[in-house]
Design a protein around this ligand. Sequence first.
Ligand code: DC
Length: 225
Amino acid sequence: MKQNTIIAIDGTSASGKSTNARIIARELGYIHVDTGAMYRTLAWYCLQKKVDVHDAKAVGALCRKWKTSLQCTDNQVHLLVDNYFPAKEIRTPEVSEAVSHIAAIPKVREWMKNKQRECAEFGNLVMEGRDIGTNVFPETEYKFYLDACLQERSKRRAADGIQENLAARDQRDSQRASAPLMVALGAMIVNTSEMTPQQTSQKILAEIRKRLAANEQAQLAKARS
Ligand code: DC
């Protein structure tokens, strides 16, 4: 049976992952998955339930019993909790501050990895996050790592009306023991500091199409032999 194709887009906060992942998914007719939103949903749920996000045991226990489901609508997969996707609530400064703490908990990462791998049942994916190419789908041949200088990333967040300490969050994401943010083997690195989303997505799309065509050729040659 043909496996669904997974495009892994990892990188630092505000490096352009979401904007580009959306454009690329739309252009290819793939499904977009924002895994950061899944971690944010758990962070929000912890705050709702008054669970201390620094207490790994308590967060792990909550993660084992929360009632979730995956929903695919308009080519986007969302993680629902109690049948609800907290789209707006997960973008608050409180959740942004809490999220990298819960994302460092190994039991949480294990749970998220299983859920994120389940998403492949919906079809071909463009999945964005921090560890998609290294940990969630290390077997994919389509890996991209986005970065931009801190000044530019802070400017982008400020333009969205969001003030946050990106450097501190990046440090926590890169230095945690469990599946830290790093460049996956074979990933194409794209520095988006001086590029528009249009330029970035076209560059990535060109590489994806090149790799897809090479794979198709290899499979045809294999079938013929
Ligand atoms: O992409 P974002 O800013 O919405 O991600 C929120 C947090 O979730 C981020 O600080 C790191 C964490 N995260 C992660 O550890 N692994 C992922 N695959 C996605 C997000």
